[in-house]
Design a protein around this ligand. Structure first.
Ligand code: S3P
Length: 435
């Protein structure tokens, strides 16, 4: 068991951080590189467990990938239906994105494959993928009512469908679109709210015919995907911990360089600005069809806000760190419509409430959200990550503003998305140590 020790308050945070490559884009770059004809190079690939598992699964299905273990990959694409049957179950570790996207991929292959993962992933619902794939004529067999892993996907030729997704989930949308690549005709997904749109951007970049009209996304089946160069921007969801740390720790100024600025991901910036945060975006540019730039956050006194509706899918993974920011904001912050957080790596409404309460925060959970009253002085705590990387990193940032020594137990989960988190935080002045 890895443990983090964090000492606060006192040390101000100053300097520049480069966060590792975006997790969502890294998964997709490997998958589309595998399904394209010819070579794809990926630079800035996230060398963290989740994305490495997806790449290994592609290797197990016959895709040659050079450079795994580093940030620059060379993928020898096998073509849309060119994957081969794996000799054993595909192990996606902790990654629901890897599992759900690959379920969509296997749906269009000429073989049957079983996908599995760690204890946490085996608890996560896969019926949300099995259901649309079933409508496409692809059988999926999983465990129990929610079709949990191990799941077996009986690949074939999926039929094109128009799918009204009950959840604003990029994983669901992407699984259906990826299955639709091998369907004869147009596959459409209609979402209740806009989720992250990396799959549709990247499919178009690889040469697929993609049409986006508001909440509707469609792809023409059986396209010619051509290998290409992909550059992965820094992960906004990883940057979020440094931005909030910069806002909360007195006398701090933190700049995160080269971060993804896709508007389907960056609602946290708008929310924090609404709370009065001194947070600025600069040097905006585009790489591989995605906007990126630098973000600077300076210590500010915050005021409470309300977050709900369409904003939630655009800041889904940032709810725990926003909740921490809200503990330092004057007034009552209310987060609603966030029931999806209950089926993440942990039940994040429950685990966020548990860890922040341990620090002395005034926070209550509701069935679909959180209520936080601020501002509260936090005291040090010993907390458990519940094997959830975003909970562990939120607790570490809380430790920076809490009186005395904080201990974050089971912190090894951080390596699923941000292996160098502790070093990056120490580089800008934090008093944090991993054991
Ligand atoms: C992701 C989509 C989101 C997000 C996850 C990554 C993706 O999940 O929480 O961390 O890369 O598609 P949902 O699709 O379940 O909302």
């Amino acid at each position: 068991m890895n443990v983090l020790q964090v000492y606060g308050p006192g040390a101000k945070l100053r300097g520049e951080v480069v966060v590792p490559g975006d997790k969502s884009i890294s998964h997709r770059a490997v998958i589309l590189g595998a399904l394209a004809e010819g070579a794809t190079t990926v630079s800035g690939f996230l060398t963290a467990e989740d994305c490495v598992k997806t790449a290994r699964a592609c290797q197990q299905m016959g895709v040659a990938i050079e450079g795994l273990g580093g940030t620059d990959l060379l993928i020898d694409g096998v073509g849309l239906r060119g994957l081969g049957p794996p000799d054993k179950p595909l192990d996606l570790g902790n990654s629901a994105t890897g599992m759900r996207l690959l379920m969509g991929v296997v749906a269009g292959q000429d073989f049957t494959a079983t996908l599995t993962g760690d204890e946490s992933l085996q608890r996560r619902p896969m019926d949300r993928i099995a259901e649309p794939l079933g409508k496409m004529g692809v059988e999926v067999v999983g465990q129990g009512q929610r079709c949990t892993a191990p799941v077996t996907v009986f690949g074939g030729i999926p039929q094109p469908i128009t799918y009204h997704s009950p959840v604003a989930s990029a994983q669901v949308k992407s699984a259906v679109l990826l299955a639709g690549l091998n369907a004869p005709g147009t596959t459409m997904v209609i979402e209740p709210a806009k989720s992250r749109d990396h799959t549709e951007r990247m499919l178009a970049a690889f040469g697929a015919q993609v049409d986006v009209q508001g909440l509707q996304v469609s792809v023409q089946g059986q396209p010619n995907l051509r290998g290409r160069e992909m550059v992965v921007p820094g992960d906004f969801s990883s940057a979020a911990f440094f931005l909030v740390a910069g806002l909360l720790v007195p006398d701090s100024e933190v700049t995160v360089r080269g971060v993804l600025l896709n508007p389907t991901r960056t609602a946290l910036i708008e929310i924090l600005q609404r709370m009065g945060a001194d947070i600025q975006v600069s040097n905006e540019r585009e790489v591989s069809g995605e906007p990126m730039g630098d973000i600077t956050a300076c210590h500010t006194h915050l005021t409470a806000t309300e977050v709900d509706g369409d904003e939630i899918p655009r800041m889904l993974d940032e709810v725990p760190i926003l909740a921490l920011a809200a503990t330092q904001a004057e007034g009552r912050t209310v987060i609603r419509d966030a029931g999806e957080l209950r089926v993440k790596e942990s039940d994040r409404l429950g685990t966020t409430t548990e860890i922040l309460s341990a620090f002395g925060a005034q926070i209550e959970q509701r069935p679909d959200g959180l209520i936080i009253d601020g501002s509260t002085s936090l005291h040090a705590a010993t907390v458990d990550s519940h094997h959830d990387h975003r909970i562990a990193m939120t607790a570490a940032v809380a430790g920076l503003i809490a009186e005395d020594r904080t201990i974050v137990q089971e912190s090894e989960c951080i390596r699923t998305s941000f292996p160098d988190f502790v070093d990056c935080l120490r580089d800008i002045g934090a008093d944090i140590y991993a054991e």
